[in-house]
Design a binder for this molecule. Structure first.
Ligand code: KET
Length: 432
């Protein structure tokens, strides 16, 4: 008797909506095929890019005979963690200076989000997380599987192709007190629409007044404006007010370390923002202030100890290579500067692709307003093309993108812009 497979009754699962686009692209034999699905940077020649500064850091690591392949601690590489917290919160962050930040190395952005979510599900009193509508497709899955309950807040208005700021304020205003709110630090994926700094300030005030807990996903620091500091501004506004804040960082895009899986999770505990002198006036003695600072540092240490209990049974401890590359670059001011130059060049190339695509559509007289292509920020353009038009472009032009009409501008080059513009023109005029 053939017992058959115990898994015979499984249904075939669908491909991932984003990574599955690459699977389909790889199967296409056409020489003109173009992958604008996954957010991965390509050069003008359409090739993946390893930054020069990364190559140099790797060379230094390889040449260093004292380096070994021992396990890292559960929380990862200490230098890397410290430097990552500084990169996102700012070198002069009072939270870091007061030891109010617990940072752990994570498996890139995704793993860091997951560890943060697992931690919240175990230790935070409010298990509802609000995510923007729309958002990165993996967010709802990561948070649901961690044990959080996912709700959405309005974010994007298809009519204006801009921010639905009123809807956002209404939805966060109606959220239960203490709820977690997922915020894209910059270069919102998939819309390319970010709040202005004034709008961020209003969001911050509303969230703090309701005790909503900010959880930042920072996957594109430096990719929005070309400046690491400018892109971290929204996060720093929340950290500066002394309230709690979580941040998941990824070095996949901004250092091009996609496959190395290097990222970090930082949890900043509540603390004091006023200067010590001001607080001494209120508290009465310097000793009381020191006690308070000590207590908050104590919280960070407890947070870290609990993060270790999350990480150990999941993957024990993180990989050493990628984090060593990042630490090598971040701790050397010359290499850091070189990184910022290369990062800016990537951001600038993407911005120039926006201009070229916009000009190509204008030249073709493609019906519709395409100004959002140059207005949107970051790696992606949320074109407004519908599922049918996307399917048409894939079938007839071998252009691959996610079915929501998102294209990765980083996958485009001067050579491929005309092909994409022809495809969009045909899709809009024939299937509009
Ligand atoms: N957050 C956001 C907003 C994001 O777009 C990505 C990746 C990640 C986190 C995670 O990246 P990691 O490689 O874990 O550091 N986005 C691109 C790739 C993907 O879907 O995995 C994308 O949207 O194409």
């Amino acid at each position: 008797m053939d017992p058959g497979s115990v898994f015979a009754s499984l249904v075939q699962a669908p491909e991932d909506p984003i990574l599955g686009v690459t699977v389909a692209y790889n199967k296409d034999p056409s020489p003109n095929k173009l992958n604008l699905g996954v957010g991965a940077y390509r050069t003008e020649e359409g090739k993946p890019l390893v930054l020069d500064v990364v190559r140099r850091a790797e060379q230094l690591l390889v040449n260093d005979q004292s380096r070994v392949k021992e396990y890292l601690p559960i929380v990862g590489l200490a230098d890397f963690n410290k430097l990552s917290a500084k990169l996102i919160f700012g070198a002069d962050s009072p939270a870091i200076q007061a030891n109010r930040v617990a940072t752990v190395q994570g498996l890139s952005g995704t793993g860091s989000l997951r560890v943060g979510a697992e931690f919240l599900a175990r230790h935070y009193h409010q298990l509802t997380i609000y995510i923007p509508q729309p958002t990165w497709g993996n967010h709802p899955k990561v948070f649901t599987l961690a044990g959080l309950s996912v709700k959405t807040y309005r974010y994007y208005d298809p009519a204006t192709r801009g921010l639905n700021f009123q809807g956002l304020l209404e939805d966060l205003g109606a959220a239960p007190s203490g709820a977690i709110v997922l915020l894209h630090a910059c270069a919102h994926n998939p819309t390319g629409v970010d709040p202005t700094l004034e709008q961020w300030e209003q969001i911050r005030q509303l969230m703090r007044s309701k005790g909503l807990l900010p959880f930042f996903d920072s996957a594109y620091q430096g990719f929005a404006s070309g400046s690491l500091d400018a892109d971290a501004q929204p996060v720093r506004m929340f950290v500066a007010d002394g309230g709690e804040c979580l941040a998941a960082q990824s070095y996949a895009k901004n250092m091009g370390l996609y496959g190395e899986r290097v990222g970090a999770l930082s949890i900043s505990d509540a603390g004091i923002t006023a200067s010590k002198e001001v607080i001494i006036n209120i508290a009465g003695s310097s000793k009381e202030v020191d006690d308070f600072v000590c207590k908050t540092a104590d919280v960070a240490s407890k947070v870290e100890s609990q993060l270790k209990l999350v990480i150990r049974p999941m993957y024990s401890n993180p990989p050493i290579h990628g984090a060593s590359i990042v630490a090598t670059i971040l701790k050397d001011s010359k290499m850091y500067d070189e990184w910022t130059v290369e990062l800016k060049a990537m951001a600038d190339r993407i911005i120039s692709m926006r201009k070229q695509l916009f000009d190509a559509l204008s030249a073709r007289g493609t019906p519709g307003d395409w100004s959002h292509i140059i207005k949107q920020i970051g790696m992606f353009t949320f074109t407004g093309l519908n599922g049918e038009q996307v399917a048409f472009m894939t079938k007839e032009y071998h252009i691959y993108m996610t079915s929501d009409g998102r294209i990765s501008m980083a996958g485009l080059s001067s050579k491929t812009v005309p092909h994409l513009a022809d495809a969009i023109h045909a899709a809009v005029t024939r299937m509009g």
